[in-house]
Design a protein around this ligand. Structure first.
Ligand code: SF4
Length: 400
């Protein structure tokens, strides 16, 4: 049943789109009216034409996902339109002194179901065509506009593993890398993947396609503790295989960036979370001796992804998110001259209301701002200002 009692003046753009999409999916006459005479259709649905929709037109698009649920006598329908020619997101920013473009491609979704992650839900259930992937890259470059000429690093991901052929076929991957390689100031291409898709011959291809840029692989280890990584996070990721990949990257002069989760066990106290994250960082560092492969540790404060199995477990244990100060303290404890660190400050819009560091009582905006500026510049004074803030109280040397 479509609600009709919401005042039109309070409607957000997304609410309007959601309502007309839902109704058009169930009501053939309304769908035709929407295409032929949008104003009349909107008046039918809302009693007036909502602000911002005065000249709106609508067109049909293939649906990628339709979820229908019955609650009592009411059927709720969620329709996700296919948008194969648009990347999921494009961001242009500075990252540790590099001018970076991050492109999250819209591809077939990740087949894994890690307990803490709901990212794959944004991706397609079916294959996305080569033409669409090309269009996504063109849109990303158009978005970057004039700054394209100064981009020195491109990070390519697809909310899964970009090296998984089932989500991004090899010809599409090659095209994406050659597109990056053609940027005038490109120095690094960063590819996010699980380790099992990494082979020696593929590494050779990646380096050839990305040349003259160097290649870095970003792999989410999350925790070196098997109990946490396998038993709780359900990563299905073998440590021995990870070590083989790190060894291969070192031999092939390919960089490694690794996600490390902070407070990844729903039973963790703050001190447990810090200890596990530091142990994981030290483990990865021990594999990258002598600066090979070059390493960036990306410390991600755990957030509670709404609707995930992990969130249900966290609700039972009373888990609270890690503090922004924990993030800085862990980063400061593990960084060295050879090892770069980076704070994963985004919860990608997926966290529950109280499931992210900003919900903590000790959250401070200045600390977030300092870490964000550290991420952009690599200025260690900024990191220190946050990491040392609690030195007279709760610190790495005290536990809660
Ligand atoms: S953590 Fe990675 S492998 Fe696991 S479900 Fe999320 S995107 Fe897929």
């Amino acid at each position: 049943m479509v609600p009709t009692d919401e005042p039109a003046g309070d409607l957000s753009r997304q609410t309007v789109i959601d309502r007309v999409t839902r109704r058009a999916w169930r009501d053939d006459d309304f769908r035709q009216l929407l295409l032929d005479d949008p104003s009349t259709a909107l008046q039918t649905e809302f009693g007036c034409v909502p602000a911002g929709f005065e000249t709106a037109t609508f067109r049909e698009r293939e649906a990628d996902r339709v979820i229908s649920r019955r609650k009592g006598s009411v059927r709720h329908v969620v329709v996700r339109p296919k948008h194969g020619d648009e990347p999921l997101s494009v961001v242009v920013r500075d990252m540790l002194g590099a001018h970076e473009m991050i492109v999250v491609l819209y591809t077939k979704r990740c087949a894994y179901q890690c307990s803490f992650c709901t990212l794959p839900l944004a991706s397609a259930l079916s294959d996305v065509s080569f033409e669409d992937v090309k269009a996504q890259l063109e849109r990303a470059l158009a978005f970057a506009g004039d700054s394209t000429d100064s981009i020195s690093q491109v990070s390519l991901c697809n909310e899964g593993s970009i090296l998984d052929e089932r989500t991004l076929p090899r010809d599409q991957l090659e095209h994406a890398l050659r597109t990056c390689a053609a940027l005038p100031r490109i120095r690094d291409v960063v590819l996010e993947t699980r380790g099992e898709y990494v082979t020696e011959s593929l590494i050779d291809d990646l380096r050839r396609w990305a040349a003259p840029a160097a290649v870095t692989l970003k792999i989410g280890l999350e925790s070196a503790d098997d109990r946490i990584r396998e038993g709780i996070l359900r990563k299905k990721m073998d440590l021995g295989q990870f070590e083989d990949v790190v060894d291969l990257l070192a031999r092939k002069d390919v960089g490694l960036a690794t996600y490390v989760l902070l407070k990844a066990d729903p039973a963790h106290s703050d001190a447990d979370g810090r200890a596990d994250a530091i142990a994981t960082c030290e483990y990865v560092k021990s594999l990258c001796r002598g600066g090979r492969p070059r390493l960036t540790l990306r410390v991600n404060p755990m957030y509670c992804a709404a609707g995930s199995p992990w969130a249900r477990a966290a609700a039972k244990t009373g888990w609270t998110p890690p503090s922004i100060f924990d993030v800085a303290e862990v980063m400061r404890a593990v960084m060295t001259d050879d090892v770069r660190v980076f704070a994963g400050l985004s919860e990608e819009g997926l966290a529950t209301k109280d499931g992210h560091y900003e919900a903590r009582q000790d959250f401070e905006h200045w600390a977030l701002d300092a870490l964000a500026r550290f991420n952009r510049t690599g200025n260690v004074d900024l990191l220190d200002s946050v990491a040392r803030h609690r030195s007279t109280g709760d610190s790495l040397l005290t536990s809660n």
